[in-house]
Write a protein that binds this ligand. Structure first.
Ligand SMILES: [Ca+2]
Length: 199
């Protein structure tokens, strides 16, 4: 019996190590940054680097709300096919809907004129491509779309470089849980209750 319990404990420990919990903001949203000094860097991954699709560090950084890291990452213009992805563990709002936002810096030659592809694992609903990595995301959060979880737990969202007019910047990605209708009804009912008590 002790042996079984011991093995179970080891299994739990190993599982805990393989899937690291993602840290949420006070409002329940999740931010993943492309640099180790930023938030949830453990949930960020980029395609294997090397010419002609090299990833490099940039000192440029978006000033969008919530980012804490220094600098960002960019992929060279010389070839297409690079990708970066985020793999947060979504323990809140299981099987619920989330809005996905991206941000980049407006400094220097950072505009991405390329169309960026999106590949999802564990969720559905985002568009197959997005132009959000452009002026719309300069120093602000640009909405890419809404997705629904197909399973509780981890979701992987990969951004692929589908053409190479310019650099692809990886800076910050934010996920915001969409309140369920039942939650909204409770919020509205709570507000009415308070108004009646005050009145
Ligand atoms: Ca490239």
């Amino acid at each position: 019996m002790k042996k079984v319990l011991g093995l179970a404990c080891i299994a739990v420990l190993l599982c805990g190590l393989s899937v690291q919990a993602t840290t949420s903001e006070p409002d329940g949203s999740i931010i993943v940054e492309s640099v180790s000094s930023g938030k949830n860097y453990a949930d960020y991954l980029e395609s294997p680097t090397g010419w002609p699709n090299s990833w490099a560090a940039s000192v440029a950084k978006s000033t969008a709300d919530g980012l804490t890291g220094t600098g960002s990452r960019y992929n060279s213009t010389a070839a297409m096919g690079a990708w970066f992805e985020i793999s947060p563990v979504l323990t809140a709002n299981p099987l619920g809907e989330w809005e996905l936002y991206v941000t980049t810096t407006s400094v220097g030659n950072t505009i991405s004129r390329s169309t960026t592809g999106i590949v999802m694992t564990g969720a559905t609903g985002l568009p197959a491509t997005t132009d959000a990595f452009g002026t719309a995301s300069f120093d602000d959060w640009a909405l890419v779309g809404t997705f629904a979880k197909s399973d509780a737990g981890q979701v992987t969202i990969r951004f692929t470089e589908d053409d190479h007019d310019w650099r692809l910047y990886a800076d910050g990605v934010k996920l915001v849980p969409v309140p369920e209708p039942a939650t909204l009804i409770l919020l509205v009912a709570g507000g009415l209750f308070l108004r009646r008590r005050r009145g």
